[in-house]
Ligand binder design. Structure first.
Ligand SMILES: C[S@@+](CC[C@H](N)C(=O)[O-])C[C@H]1O[C@@H](n2cnc3c(N)ncnc32)[C@H](O)[C@@H]1O
Length: 272
């Protein structure tokens, strides 16, 4: 009796977890709704796509989690907290269809660059970039590069590196080492890491090259609920680190907030 009370809920939870990890939805969850930013801009960034449909033929495929776009309201609030956008390149590592890039184009960044592994998503991100370029000729144009993030160089100068839980820990560790090397060999520049759903936050928290300056779970805005990987989610966590030289003046109590990951490897929450 006790055994079945335990086993049944655990097996349902594991089934849901596996579905979520592999970009599949459970029977009781409707398909993701079209995101309002797509109607606002006339672009296509909606949906969740399993890693099985994102094959590039490269070794990095085995670390790929899935495609889903981050919530624009949460990116906007976070980018608004940065100063001097003109001096920074926004670099989305695993840009998917380019939703975060579209939001970044609302800010006067020096450059806006996305790197994406899956060729099918690169085509969509490039088409979206073209729509935005013709609608908003005064905005910074969006550049989309096809490839594995480990193979594509980090643009020169100060940079905001953006992630939305794109790959498993093994790849995130390698990418973090690459960013650390970049910081080490480019003294005097500012490097920010913005990590949406920071499931492997500990990699950056432990880095000697970075200090955490912000972490918060932020509510979605009306219209965004039902558009993400899980229909029932109403908020997401986001955290920001800054290269150690620049970060000392910025540390706030928020930066030390505890981050929990539940279920493991899937969703991060900032404990209030
Ligand atoms: C969760 S989506 C995030 C999309 C986008 N950053 C956003 O927030 O709207 C993660 C993306 O990372 C891509 N990706 C995974 N591994 C990659 C790699 N090694 N190099 C480049 N892109 C990768 C996936 O194909 C997927 O499109």
């Amino acid at each position: 009796m006790y055994r079945s009370l335990f086993i049944v809920p655990v097996s349902i939870t594991m089934h849901r977890l596996q579905n979520r990890l592999f970009g599949r939805r459970t029977d009781d969850e409707p398909a993701p709704l079209r995101h309002p930013i797509d109607s606002q801009y006339g672009i296509d960034t909606s949906g969740v796509i399993s890693y099985t449909q994102l094959s590039s033929g490269k070794a990095a495929d085995k670390y790929n989690i899935c495609y889903g776009g981050s919530q624009p309201s949460i990116i906007r609030k976070t980018l608004a907290g940065l100063a001097n956008h003109h001096a920074l390149t926004f670099l989305d590592l695993g840009c998917g269809k380019g939703r975060a890039l579209a939001v970044a184009s609302e800010f006067p960044f020096r450059r806006i660059v996305g790197v994406e592994l899956a060729p099918s998503l690169v085509s969509i991100a490039k088409a979206n970039a073209e729509v935005l370029r013709s609608k908003f000729p005064d905005r910074t144009p969006i550049e989309v590069v096809e490839g594995d993030v480990l193979a594509v160089p980090i643009p020169t100068g100060s940079v905001v590196v953006y992630f939305y839980h794109p790959f498993y820990r093994g790849m995130m560790k390698k990418v973090a080492r690459k960013i650390e090397k970049f910081v080490k060999s480019n003294s005097g520049i500012d490097v920010f890491v913005i990590y949406y759903n920071p499931v492997y936050f500990d990699i950056f928290d432990r880095s000697k090259k970075f200090r955490r300056i912000f972490a918060k779970t932020i509510e979605f805005e009306p219209g965004e609920k039902g558009t993400g990987p899980s229909y029932h989610d109403e908020s997401d966590a986001i955290a920001v680190w800054r290269s150690a030289d620049g970060a000392t003046a910025d540390l706030s109590p928020r930066s030390y907030a505890e981050i929990k990951v539940v279920p493991p490897g899937w969703r991060a929450f900032v404990v209030k």
